[in-house]
Write a protein that binds this ligand. Structure first.
Ligand code: NDP
Ligand code: ZN
Length: 356
């Protein structure tokens, strides 16, 4: 197989490897479309999870089933599938406890481009295929389907972590693709006023389309100060973190949250940094503000439910796809766009029309 890999820290390129072998419950997939994630950038250029060598990148894909193991029941060769970024081992006790993303150990449900080769390859392996691969609706564009793998499910997970409810006021910190989906998730959960924190004009434009009522530019002063000023010093019910930085954002988030409120984090933090929260901002430890952080849950059921939101016109992820490439080798250009983040980029996708 041929794939686009992290050769080593700060270095990427195309490599050849032996085809993956599938076990009785696994599947072999050919990609229809793939997309790079900001997490690929953290991995290659920011030493976020430690060095990886000759590891194929990517964890966002839709594809076609090329082979299945003998125990796979619900999939056959030729089926079109949505591939979740997180592919738990569903028989693991962590999955039984409701935390499939941590099956096999903390974050170990995240296999592609972390602990095994990812989806930026002409063939890739999926574990526990019946539990992880979702049937792709026939009329769903494969590039749009890629948004389900990670961006939609992760953004919505921020809303789940913060328990967004009808009438809540919400602040969304970061309006890249993940934050935009957290924002849309808040709308679907019934949020009232929604503060969206970001600055790039394209993201701001799309945030307004998804339902932001107020835009907060972090270049124009402390975001907690700005949101407190706009809420008579009360703050918001829920804060969703999908951007910012490890060292300051949590302090700001807690400071802008009302007593009893909740902060949900899905941002991938720099593991070498400290998270610091001034005790006074957390009610000297007694404000009943909860902070939760999670890797998105994965798996088939979640993908199929989220796909039904698109199918039924409740969610249009295409608003955040700013760049479309045709031809697998453009994955290099797409990853570079995510690395450089020019002002007009939210999310690129690569259609793998040339893979057979
Ligand atoms: P982007 O880089 O596209 O977006 C980041 C956002 O944060 C931008 O809107 C940016 O604003 C904003 N921002 C930057 N600096 C600050 C600051 N100091 N204060 C406030 N806001 C700031 O990221 P993605 O949307 O692609 O991903 C978001 C995070 O989610 C990443 O850390 C990613 O690795 C992580 N992730 C986590 C997953 C999980 O399962 N938990 C899965 C997938 C991704 P501007 O408009 O100026 O650019
Ligand atoms: Zn990701």
């Amino acid at each position: 197989m041929r794939g686009f890999a992290m050769i080593g820290p700060n270095e990427t390129g195309f490599i050849e490897k032996d085809d993956p072998k599938i076990g009785p419950r696994d599947a072999l997939i050919k990609p229809l479309a793939v997309a790079p994630c900001t997490s690929d950038i953290h991995t290659v250029y920011e030493d976020a999870i430690g060095p990886r060598h000759n590891l194929i990148l990517g964890h966002e894909a839709s594809g076609v089933v090329m082979a299945v193991g003998e125990d796979v029941k619900d999939l056959k060769v030729g089926d079109k599938v949505i591939v979740p970024a997180i592919t738990p081992d569903w028989s693991d006790v962590a999955s039984q406890a409701g935390f499939g993303a941590h099956s096999g150990g903390c974050l170990s449900g995240w296999k592609f481009s972390n602990i095994k080769d990812g989806v930026f390859a002409n063939r890739f392996h999926v574990n526990d295929a019946d539990g992880n691969l979702a049937h792709m609706p026939e009329d769903l564009d494969p590039g749009v389907a890629c948004m389900l793998s990670d961006m939609i499910t992760t953004g919505f997970h921020a809303d789940e972590l913060a328990h967004v409810e009808y009438g809540d006021t919400v602040a969304v910190i970061g309006i890249g693709p993940v934050g935009l989906m957290a924002l849309k998730g808040a709308v679907l959960h019934g949020a009232s006023r929604i503060f969206a924190v970001g600055s790039r004009p394209k993201s701001v434009e799309v945030a307004k389309k998804y339902g932001a009522t107020d835009i907060i530019d972090y270049h124009k002063g402390d975001i907690a100060d700005q949101i407190l000023a706009l809420t008579d010093n009360k703050g918001v019910d829920k804060v969703l973190i999908a951007g910012g930085d490890t060292e300051h954002t949590f302090d700001q988030a807690v400071r802008m949250t009302k007593p009893g409120g909740k902060v949900g984090n899905v941002a991938y933090l720099n593991g070498n940094h400290m998270i610091e929260i001034k005790a006074a901002h957390w009610g000297v430890g007694m404000s009943n503000i909860t902070i939760d952080g999670g890797l998105t849950p994965g798996g088939r059921l979640r993908m199929e439910k989220l796909a039904s939101l698109i199918e039924n016109g409740r969610l249009d992820p295409s608003l955040m796809i700013t760049h479309k490439f045709h031809g697998f080798d453009h994955i290099q250009d797409a990853l570079e766009l995510m690395h450089q983040k020019p002002a007009d980029v939210i999310k690129p996708v690569v259609y793998c029309d040339d893979i057979d």
